[in-house]
Design a protein around this ligand. Sequence first.
Ligand code: ADP
Ligand code: MG
Length: 332
Amino acid sequence: MTLLEVRNLEVTYPGGAAAVRGVDLSLAAGSKLGLAGESGCGKSTLALALLRLLPAGARVTGEVLLDGEDVLTMRWGQVRAVRWAGASIVFQGAMHSLNPVHRVGDQIAEPMLLHRRATAAEAGRRTGELLEHVGLPASRAAAYPHELSGGQRQRVMIAMALACDPRLIIADEPTTALDVMIQAQILRLIEQLVAEQDVGLVMISHDLAVLADTCDRLAVMYAGRIVEEGPARQVYEDARHPYAKALSAAFPRIGDPASRFAPRGLAGDPPDPSELPSGCTFHPRCPEALDRCATEDQPLRDAGPGRQAACVHVEAPGPGPTADAEDARSTT
Ligand code: ADP
Ligand code: MG
């Protein structure tokens, strides 16, 4: 069975911001899905919706099936069980959310004591194992957060996420605040843990190069929708949607300082989700827009084996040459 299956997920914040608009996703156990897109495209909203962590007042519709059970319609008791044992989120900048006055070992052990009813001795032993698992000596359990470096704190956060053996890990910009070397180490660590423990990973980043290097599949999000999805390397190296092309051009390699900047060649910002443009929401920024893009919504369509893209220029592969190929032939 698919570990995670998201169907037609929509999230609207109070005030009418449509932050996630009809997202479908699917993730097998042991596989890694990257979710990319500029700041404001709805990535964190999507992540929070998966575990019902959105603020009260956010309207959520659709289905989030975790092992076939819809998280959105579960009783709260079940949702809590899922959060502790089914799925964990490593948040953007989460390393700053460690409690400064408690030893990190106690913070890792806490969910085991609360939700697994482990004894103090069991939780202590498991905490040591988890720390070693993320590459820290077990003795660091006695440290306070300020005694650790940023990379070490992020490792502690990952140990916390692993504490109850989740089946799904959602990592929302887990390395954005770290320097390049540490970033690469943490990504390797997450990759390795996913491979060893057969968990599923949803990794969120604005940096397509990082995701292409870490994940099996890649979904590119714009204005609350997935605009392209497919095998990670193909989406990164040969994007079909103009937005995905701009993103991949902006992030030529992992750790490039340019990855802090806006996508190359794209003016402006993603639209405000309470005032979305008509037609294809990307058309005002799109270098390849046609007149009809301002009025015609572009759904995801077949863009080759295992690939989809939501662009007027993407023709469903048919038996004969595509219209684009014919155009190209007649003009050359
Ligand atoms: P990303 O993670 O891709 O940067 P977010 O999911 O954080 O995007 O935000 C998507 C959109 O939803 C943004 O326009 C943001 O301003 C809006 N948004 C996020 N959180 C809230 C909230 N609590 N209330 C209203 N709007 C929000
Ligand atoms: Mg975010």
